[in-house]
Design a protein around this ligand. Structure first.
Ligand code: SAH
Length: 289
């Protein structure tokens, strides 16, 4: 370990950055990928941690912001690499804290959104380890914003439903009441949905969602590899297969997807004209009416 700081935190008025204490675990969200989407609290933690335990979805660039000498432990559970069991990860955090380390548990997106941060936090508390939670920008909100899709829009929805395409066994989406979700939510944002896209689509259509309903699949959102496939409920399986788009991806079902025709800000920044400035056909924006 070294005390040298490679960067200093921005000096903002009235801020007193919390110090990490030995024996504590901070459960920190790293956002969906783009390092600029870290919170300042997360950067503060990166500058102090003795050890960082991170997931696969945390960008290498973010880890490179740790202090030189920081121990970096990979605890991801992605295909291909050996997978750590959730219980083992939590107990490893307990051990590191008990060894007097300042432990930064860095998770993709927000630690409490489909990230098992709640489970890890509970195990830590049950073992008497003090914790701090630092939220992050979740892929289902920030990732879609990078695709130019607002998860709520006055002309489309008053609610949004975030669902996981995996149930606790990690296998099937069978434990969700898809019919209720289909009836109750105009916009549905699905995490971990690629594996069971066929079943999810079938369930939504059986519950009455139309085949021509807009769907966007956004993979590697906010990273240089971001890709967005605009499709429909009826054709999304075939289109995804043809396109080759893969996890990690966020699936958004609903008319909010159409707003991308106006709000694809990355295309606009690249000099393209908006495809449609009134994708919902309402004339002026709701705020003008
Ligand atoms: N805690 C995370 C979610 C973890 S679950 C969060 O709040 O974002 C992992 C799933 O999140 C992936 O299967 C994918 O559906 C989604 N995800 C995470 N990062 C993503 C990214 N950069 N682009 C697209 N989807 C992402």
């Amino acid at each position: 370990m070294t005390d040298s700081h490679e960067y200093t935190l921005p000096r903002l008025p009235g801020t007193d950055w919390p110090q990490m204490q030995p024996g504590w675990v901070w459960l920190v969200g790293a956002g969906p990928g783009d390092p600029g989407l870290l919170t300042i609290h997360a950067v503060n933690a990166l500058s102090q941690a003795d050890v960082i335990v991170h997931d696969a979805l945390v960008a290498p660039e973010i880890l490179s912001w740790a202090q030189p000498g920081t121990e970096i432990i990979y605890a991801g559970k992605r295909g291909g690499k050996p997978s750590a069991k959730q219980r083992d990860i939590s107990l490893q955090l307990v051990d590191l804290a008990r060894a007097g380390k300042k432990v930064l548990r860095l998770k993709g997106g927000d630690p409490f959104v489909f990230g098992r941060g709640g489970e890890e936090g509970q195990t830590l508390v049950q073992h008497g380890v003090p914790i701090r939670i630092i939220p992050g920008i979740s892929a289902g909100i920030g990732g879609l914003a990078y695709a130019g899709i607002p998860v709520t829009h006055r002309d489309v929805n008053q609610s949004v439903t975030f669902v996981t395409g995996h149930d606790q066994s990690g296998d099937t989406p069978g434990s969700l009441d898809w019919a209720a979700i289909a009836r109750g939510s105009q916009v549905i944002v699905i995490y971990m949905g690629m594996k069971h896209l066929d079943r999810i689509r079938a369930a939504l259509m059986e519950a009455g969602r139309p085949a021509d309903e807009p769907v966007a699949i956004t993979s590697n959102a906010t990273t240089p590899d971001q890709r967005v496939l605009e499709t429909t409920l009826g054709t999304c399986l075939e289109d995804a297969a043809r396109d080759g788009i893969e996890a990690p991806a966020i699936i958004c079902v609903g008319r909010a997807v159409l707003m991308r025709q106006a709000l694809d800000w990355q295309a606009l920044a690249a000099g393209m004209a908006p495809r449609n400035t009134d994708p919902l056909g309402r004339g002026r924006p709701a705020e003008d009416r």
